[in-house]
Design a protein around this ligand. Sequence first.
Ligand code: NAP
Ligand code: SF4
Length: 670
Amino acid sequence: MSDSDFAPLLQPLDLGFTRLQNRIMMGSMHTGLEDERGGYKKLAAFYLERARAGVGLIVTGGVSPTLRGRLSPFASQLSFPWQVYKHRHVTQAVHLTQTKICLQLLHAGRYGYHPFCQAPSAIQSPISPFKPGAMSVRQIKKTIQAFAHSAELAKKAGYDGVEVMGSEGYLINQFACRHTNKREDKWGGSLQNRIRFSVEIVREIRQRVGYDWIIIYRLSMLDLLSDGNTWAEIVLHAKAIEAAGASMINTGIGWHEVRIPTIASIVPAAAFSWVTKKLKAEVNLPLITSNRINRPEVAAACLHNNEADMVSLARPFLADAQWVKKIQHNQIALINTCIACNQACLDHVFNNQQASCLVNPFACYETKYVIQRVENPGTVIIIGLGVAGLSCALTAAKRGHKVIAYDAGGAGGQFNLAARIPGKEDYRFTVRYFLNQLEKYKVALHLHKKVTFEDLRNNHADAIVIATGVTPRLPQIEGIDHASVMNYEDAICGKKDPGQKVAIIGAGGIGFDVAEKLLNFSSQYNWYQHWGIDCEYKNAGGLLTQPVEDHSQRRIYLLQRKNEKPGKNLGKTTGWVHRLSLKKAGVEMLAGVQYKKIDDAGLHLLHQGKDKLLAVDTVVLCAGQVSERSLYEQLKAGGRTVYVIGGACEAIELNAERAIRQGMELGLNL
Ligand code: NAP
Ligand code: SF4
């Protein structure tokens, strides 16, 4: 794409009373800093870095207007004047720049993870152990006032506006849908009654804050529930919100309880921008589109195709704080792309840990990890350019060291394999990012060069870093050398051809990846139909009435010895997507197996105490890895000061997040 193709993203957006410097919004994300003692100063540093790099509008993580509306007992709330002060750290920092910032007001409703949660009706959500109390009319009215009061406090704190969270199945969305609203008073029943709550919140906020302040309403444009709202209802809701005084409408897709992926890596790029476009014909307010917009090309296409007036990206701003600036400077290939893994952001938050980013461990640690140039630069040799080696090389080079890096193959290591898995194609952009950055920082790269102990014996480098990665583990099973057996690298790279009946030994992350790679769907495969989404929006919630059967043409067994749910240790927020994907495709998962032997008849095993023969023509080994550290051991025995990072350091639960962070931390300390 040429520079001019990105120009629409950089156009200002005039809201009448104020102007956004461009059409790129950093969408709401909870980082965990909000709930930490003194966390707002760190949050200010986090937002300031993104604001300095030119983002048009920032929306903060969700803050509750009431105690009962909190997501969890200690989650953020803005209801009292004394709570205003800490927000000023954030607004004052961001206002050192031209960027605008809005506070998101989010009442969790029945998604509140505590016994005091409330909802329109007392119906428990499938993702919470707590049954909500049904709100009385008095409580409804008080909650509307609480939203407006929080908005007033947000204005006092210096925010440029608020985003009212009306989607993803939170309280306001719960009022709008029959699924959760069974009330028979004027707050339930007809659409007019169900949206009374959202409309009154927006109207009340507008009355209190005046006409020169931003109100974004995040509208659930596609509930993905069988008794979600119809398209006609969504349009009426949007028009009512417009009339109530909102300045912009943002796109919300799917409820958290729905088992249809909306932001996982398997979701196609900008998969839901068509919904925003559909609404554009109906309202006059500027519309913001969101979900799986991670690259400038994808974002620009949304505006180019007139699908929205603005794009919202959240996780990509964790992956690269300079996302906007790099577009402005035509440095697209230097962007660190969000790979939608959720591993260090959402998975951390759901585990009550601070968010960061797998590909950018500096994210949310802006005050802890600071790159400072060294006074006396040295020479650093790095052997192995998987992501650990790449990350170390880049950090050391940024600090001013002379870095010389080698790899026996190309750079990227396990990420090159991952990039061949359907839905993980974006992993190649991580490798692209590192390679382009290494070039920028003048790292001497020697690819396809195997380094031996002899090569290093007389080398006087100041530091040698071994990042030689892993090799696949070869399990001890009779017949492991049978012609039908291949390791996962050969299966993923297509060096060997798997047959039509495949047994996968090992149901960890890579076993799941290999199964997804081998699914081999028919040419009729359609992602939306596969997940039951109706792009014609004929039914309530935007779902197909008849699920489309989409079994793989291959027979696949996914096996593990542990007698527990396969995929149990996959990511908290993405594991279900992988398990459901394989289930829908007809992959058979067997846990608690004992492998007996492999021969011409197939794989013989013991399953739940009974002999079983899987008559497969291919067995793929995904049984974990062992560290490749012979060079490290040799150098250490030779008395050299040598560091080891990544898979070469620890192959158990090999983990890219840990590898990149370890590389970066070593680079900061060399
Ligand atoms: P893994 O997660 O450790 O899984 C290895 C699998 O091999 C397990 O199912 C294990 O189950 C089995 N196994 C181990 N030793 C064995 C032996 N001697 N004989 C037979 N089976 C054996 O490793 P991985 O799948 O290679 O993944 C590596 C890392 O990459 C993971 O830790 C993960 O962090 C990451 N990754 C994650 C994802 C994701 O979350 N989607 C995707 C790809 C990679 P039993 O011992 O029960 O048989
Ligand atoms: Fe994106 Fe993964 Fe980073 Fe989250 S951890 S921001 S999903 S790359």
